[in-house]
Design a protein around this ligand. Structure first.
Ligand code: ADP
Ligand code: MG
Length: 938
């Protein structure tokens, strides 16, 4: 156990004898033994003993000592004023932090001030915006295991709550990867591989079994959301939600909350209503949305990765984010996270985007108005938790006040979603008027020191303020009247915080001081006095001021409570504004970056001039490419005879081409285009007819996924097994260099078997990028498969990747071609061509029969053979060189030195050369291999 957690050992020995304050600290550490306790002492949060040492080191603050009658204790103090950044450091180090505030006014109690844990800050339950890194959601997850896995997710800062259930641990991981929770709690019965399911960055805790028990869970769900059996689909879901709510209560210090060990923790703050804004639960079935498995979310770089702070790679969500407010940003992430499967709903979004895209003026006006929208979800959650100040209320009112203008701009909208928004955006007029009439326009941060409530709002308050004012006026006038009465021209009236108001007379004029002056303070050159009347006035001012401050605070709280009553309406408004913001953002991106409106619901994928939305922003000249993939599987004539089968568009394409030619980019772009379309966005292409995909799978071959660190062949195969098991004819499967993690021969065997299975049994839309040239023959064999390759060309002596997809397989010799273009000596290139030709001839002997079949299956002509241009150039070059014979002096010299016959390479060099896998080498590896070959020749 971490020594920084739990009751300090040093204190345990003298538990009975501790001073009252240290006894309090000790007791809180005992109760909250899974958190670092930060204990308020005046303006600091202190930690003691082992915890102090840890805090001092992590936060780089000085370790000091506290000495009392019982001994010396190491102590480290965090200034309360900027506690946030220190707390963040502690969270980063993997701690929960229990904040123990003074809950009594030190001036009003004799003896030790009472302290209580008012909240527990954990990575997944942060609510203060400073720590939340802007607009993104911050989720905590809860998992239970029964017949199925129950999963619940909650963003405490916004009140977003989701629940679902799935059948396998892998599916749990998939769902979690959509949400990227920072923290998770698990029920007593959960037995999963933590890292595989939650990822290494997620703080996972096993939480109190009772809270996950059916009965308790039902009660909690009922208390917050309503009847559990109507809202949720399974026992596991109810238990997950219940456990999660219990945990939320625990971190909020609500009464009746229980700690991780099931012990009730006794928090003193009033919890009534603290979590009231948690009133809406979204139960969803993963099958209602396009399924994105964990690997796809990662490899398509959809969202920011929590695990990597400061990770600069542009994500899809960043790329298509032109939202104006935080609400919109979160909704955008949500839509991309859960692309729709329902053509009507998708088309409704497209319709709204189309209308906004056509109308730049409306779009811009709406965007400007939405930019004035504050983070309503977090505001209303602060209001409900009693943590909102007067500024928050004014921000809320300011946001509500733009609603009528927004509605005006939607008055003529035709698109269904826009018309709906026009009809349902709720201007919350009374709430806005109440705030505007009660709260001053530019109120102070503090709500207990006055200056918050407007004049004219409350008669009693106005009376108190006017008493205060007239008293102050009387004092302002006092200087003049006293000068006149006493004849002392230098007489001054002043105020200081210790002594209050005084009349100051310099020593030279002491003679003229009247009798009713009472001495208050003696200074070096002057005396300060008060008069009974001044004292009386002063007291009157103070009384009025303090009564007014108190009254203002009460009035403020009443307004805040009234606003809290409308939490659900405010949340509904927030949701609608968020939707509008996303639609406007989609339209803005479409207009700015030339996206087109896709159609959805076709059988195949038909994309004209598609682009990768993220790469096209960073690449100066992005080359668009087409995609035509039909739907599978192959329809055969039922009786097994050779009867005519209607021609079918290939649905599986093997994509070949050297490294860096654009294979991975191309495949991902197809997935991203489909995903954007189903999320309701336009897509980066000239035209797109798309199916509705039920799932997108991606698998990236082991050695291609260095950053992810998932580089074992075993993982690759496990993932492959999932795909073959779960993919359907409506799925898109992207296989990128699968089979690379093992030797060429069995890698190829696996790749081939997978291809055949996907083709024959599953029929998914499939793209398979591979450097295994032999796979192109497989594609040529299968009626539903086709070959595509990336062209390379030569420019000014350099190899150039055209990034242009062409029909047919890459020439078998593309590696050799690249080597030649890169300036490998011609003799070496020649020899490798020779070897390649031998190898092909040998293969042809073995596979002759399949080769002939391929030509008779009716596969498109272009696919059956390598492209004519490539082939011709290659033969031409080879022939010419052979005729001319060796021309190069350098080469002749080398050959002589090796004593080899002219035109022949030493056997060892040839062997080594033949074994090089040029397509997969990095430039450095190629250079080294070349240098090595040269060494051998010399
Ligand atoms: P491969 O998977 O074939 O090795 P990648 O897809 O990783 O190749 O692409 C390599 C690089 O080429 C990318 O990082 C990108 O910068 C660039 N690229 C890829 N596709 C295109 C394209 N269509 N147009 C312009 N540049 C591209
Ligand atoms: Mg690649």
């Amino acid at each position: 156990m971490d020594a920084a957690l739990g009751p300090p050992e040093q204190m345990a020995e003298l538990e009975e004898d501790l001073t009252p304050m240290m006894a309090q600290y000790y007791e809180l550490c005992r109760q909250y033994d899974d958190a670092l306790v930060l204990f308020q002492v005046g303006d600091f949060y202190e930690a003691f003993c082992a915890a102090a040492k840890r805090v001092a080191r992590l936060c780089e603050i000085t370790l000091t000592q506290r000495e009392d009658s019982t001994g010396e204790y190491p102590m480290a103090g965090i200034p309360i004023d900027n506690a946030e950044s220190y707390v963040e450091t502690l969270l980063d180090a993997g701690y929960r932090v229990a904040i123990a505030d003074q809950v009594e006014d030190p001036d009003e109690v004799s003896g030790v001030v009472e302290r209580a844990v008012t909240r527990i800050v954990t990575p997944g339950t942060l609510t203060e915006s400073e720590l939340l890194g802007g607009a993104d959601n911050n989720y905590v997850a809860a998992l239970t295991e029964g017949e199925r896995y129950g999963l619940a997710l909650l963003d405490i800062s916004t009140g977003d709550c989701y629940a679902t259930s799935v059948g396998s641990a892998a599916a749990v991981a998939d769902e979690l990867s959509r949400f990227g929770p920072a923290e998770a709690i698990v029920g007593p019965d959960v037995d999963v591989d933590r890292d595989a399911v939650f990822g290494p960055a997620c703080l996972v805790t096993r939480y109190d079994a009772d809270a996950f028990g059916r009965e308790r869970a039902e009660d909690r769900v009922a208390q917050y959301f309503g009847p559990p059996e109507r809202l949720l689909a399974s026992n596991a879901e109810i238990r997950a939600c219940g456990g999660l709510l219990a945990y939320a209560e625990y971190t909020r210090g609500s009464s009746g909350a229980v700690g991780p060990d099931g012990e009730p923790v006794d928090a003193d703050v009033d919890p009534a209503g603290t979590l009231d804004y948690l009133n809406h639960l979204t139960r969803y079935d993963p099958r209602e949305y396009m399924l994105l498995d964990a690997v796809a979310v990662e490899s398509l770089e959809l969202f920011e990765r929590r695990s990597v702070r400061g990770h600069e790679n542009r994500t899809l969500v960043d790329t298509v984010d032109e939202t104006a407010c935080a609400l919109g940003r979160r909704k955008l992430t949500d839509w991309l996270r859960r692309p729709l499967l329902d053509a009507d709903r998708i088309e409704a979004r497209h319709g709204a985007v189309a209308e906004l895209q056509r109308d730049p003026a409306t779009r811009e006006a709406l965007s400007d108005l939405l930019a004035e929208v504050y983070d309503l979800e977090r505001l209303i959650s602060r209001v409900s938790r009693g943590r909102a100040n007067a500024r928050d209320l004014r921000s809320l009112a300011a946001t509500i006040s733009v609603v009528p203008d927004i509605r005006d701009h939607l008055a003529d909208a035709d698109a269904r979603l826009l018309a709906d928004l026009h009809a349902t955006l709720d201007p919350l007029t009374e709430t806005r008027e109440e705030i505007e009439s009660a709260i001053r326009p530019d109120p102070p941060q503090e709500v207990t020191e006055g200056g918050v409530v407007r004049e004219g709002y409350d008669e009693d308050l106005d009376r108190l303020r006017s008493t205060e004012q007239s008293g102050k006026q009387w004092i302002d006038d006092l200087e003049a009247s006293e000068r006149e009465r006493t004849g002392i021209d230098s007489l001054k009236v002043g105020h200081n915080s210790v002594h209050g108001y005084y009349i100051e007379v310099t020593n030279a004029n002491l003679d003229a001081v009247p009798e009713d002056y009472q001495r208050r303070q003696t200074l070096k050159n002057s005396e300060r006095y008060y008069t009974p009347e001044l004292k009386e006035r002063e007291e009157e001012i103070l009384r009025a001021e303090s009564a007014a401050d108190d009254l203002e605070y009460d009035l403020f709280c009443a307004v805040r409570d009234e606003v809290a009553e409308e939490a659900e309406r405010v949340q509904a408004l927030a949701d609608r504004l968020a939707r509008l913001d996303v639609l406007v953002s989609f339209a803005e991106v479409a207009a700015q970056y030339d996206y087109c409106r896709p159609t959805v619901g076709s059988d195949g994928i038909d994309i004209t001039a598609g682009r990768h939305p993220v790469v096209e922003r960073t690449e100066d000249a992005f080359v668009p490419n087409d995609t035509h993939l039909g739907s599978g599987p192959v329809t055969t004539s039922g009786d097994g005879s050779d009867a005519e089968v209607p021609a079918q568009d290939p649905f599986l394409a093997v994509v070949t081409g050297p490294n860096m030619s654009g294979k991975s980019t191309y495949m991902r772009q197809v997935a991203l285009i489909c995903l954007l379309a189903q999320a309701g966005s336009f897509v980066p292409a000239k035209a797109a007819d798309l199916p509705i995909l039920d799932r997108v799978f991606t698998r990236v071959g082991a050695s291609d996924d260095i950053a992810g660190g998932r580089s074992t062949f075993m993982i690759e195969m496990t993932e492959l097994a999932t795909i073959l098991d779960a993919a359907t004819a409506d799925s898109l499967v992207l296989l990128d260099e699968v089979g690379r993690g093992t030797s060429t021969a069995d890698g190829l065997a696996i790749a081939r078997a997978v291809t055949e299975y996907l083709h024959d049994e599953v029929g998914s839309h499939t793209l398979f990028a591979t450097h295994h040239h032999d796979l192109t023959a497989v594609a040529a064999d299968l009626p539903g498969a086709t070959n595509r390759h990336f062209e390379t060309s030569r420019e000014d002596g350099d190899v150039r990747f055209d990034h242009e997809l062409a029909p047919g397989p890459a020439a078998a010799s593309y590696g050799v071609k690249v080597a030649s273009m890169a300036g490998v000596p011609e003799s070496v290139v020649e020899r490798s061509r020779g070897l390649l030709a031998e190898a092909e001839a040998a293969d042809a002997g073995v596979e002759g029969s399949t080769g002939t079949e391929a030509k008779t299956t009716g596969d498109s002509d272009t696919d059956a053979a390598p492209t004519a241009t490539t082939g011709a150039t290659e033969n031409g070059t080879a022939a010419a060189s052979a005729d001319e014979g060796p021309a190069d002096d350098y080469r002749q010299e080398m050959l002589r030195a090796n004593g080899a016959a002219e035109g022949e390479l030493p056997e060892s060099v040839a062997q080594q050369l033949a074994s090089l896998d040029v397509a997969t080498m990095t430039p450095i590896e190629a250079m080294n291999a070349l240098a090595d070959l040269q060494d051998r020749l010399q």
